[in-house]
Design a binder for this molecule. Sequence first.
Ligand code: SAH
Length: 354
Amino acid sequence: MTQRFDLKSASLGELTDFLSALDEKPFRARQIYEWMHVKHVTSVDAMTNVPKGLRALLKERCTFTVLGQLDVQISKLDGTRKYLFGLPDGNVIESVLMRYKHGNSVCISSQAGCRMGCRFCASTLDGLARSLTAAEMLEQIYRIGTDIGERISNVVVMGSGEPLDNYDHLLRFLQLLTDENGLHMSQRNVTVSTCGLVPRMRELADERLQITLALSLHAATQEKRLSLMPVAKKYELSQVIEACDYYFAKTGRRMTFEYSLVGGVNDTDEDAAQLVRLLKGKNCHINLIPVNPIKERNYVQSARSVVETFRNKLEQQGMAVTVRREMGRDIDGACGQLRKRHMQARESVELPLK
Ligand code: SAH
């Protein structure tokens, strides 16, 4: 069977080539591209200036990815929305909308599940189901933008999954997201977060995009990092830090280091001192994230005073630090928990039928 052409993952150039093989003119490609990436229509038949015959052909030869909204939880405190979306093959993913004064930010998933195994993360508990296509990543933003009827100004690839474990689709997604013929988001408004896949970080640096790269650091020594993140076995802390320096050298973009504070595990004065030693002198920003406890692991949040002390220790040494504001406290589950709950509910409904 020949593979169907993935309409929404194609660049304008690829779409033009695809249509020219069907004897269609380039302006058709522009029309279709605009329907998908500017108007965000949910069916081929909504492309009303495309002749019926061509629409039929597209439906026959192509996939047209649209995510189905299965659930949304809306915070009464700050308007944060947590969405559960269904993929065409039945997998489910979650995405989050955060409303800030400076605009609307969407946190997207890059994979259904994850295979990185970070100890405190719910997304990885059931392993990786599969990576998402570029269209499936874009769709999370398009559906949320349509749902709220407002512009999405920022995107963070910090939901479930390891984006650099889905490298080719991620790059394609970034190109489509920032394309002047599409949503045209500024590269500077996009952040990609990685657990530290060194060769891919270097490849990304060579692309010289103006996006922000965030590294999930979580510990300032190899030994402690390894106890929290199995990926550290493959890529040692020193290599990861070198890759961060390389990223900065190539792109001029200040790195962000994410550090999830886990009570009694990585939140002591000594941990803060080691973190300063590791990052001092780098043009970087540290984002402290009080760990979001998941019931499958017995990690706990650091006390508020401990978080403050940790922050102060870093600031006293001249480091740029923020503590991540907890958005949507009332609907908050850790990353991947809404999806996990949904899958468990589905299993308990489906089991009696087996
Ligand atoms: N795989 C990528 C992006 C996804 S996770 C990465 O590792 O960076 C986004 C961030 O949330 C990462 O820093 C991750 O370590 C962190 N995170 C995951 N689960 C968490 C939890 N329960 N509490 C606090 N931070 C968590």
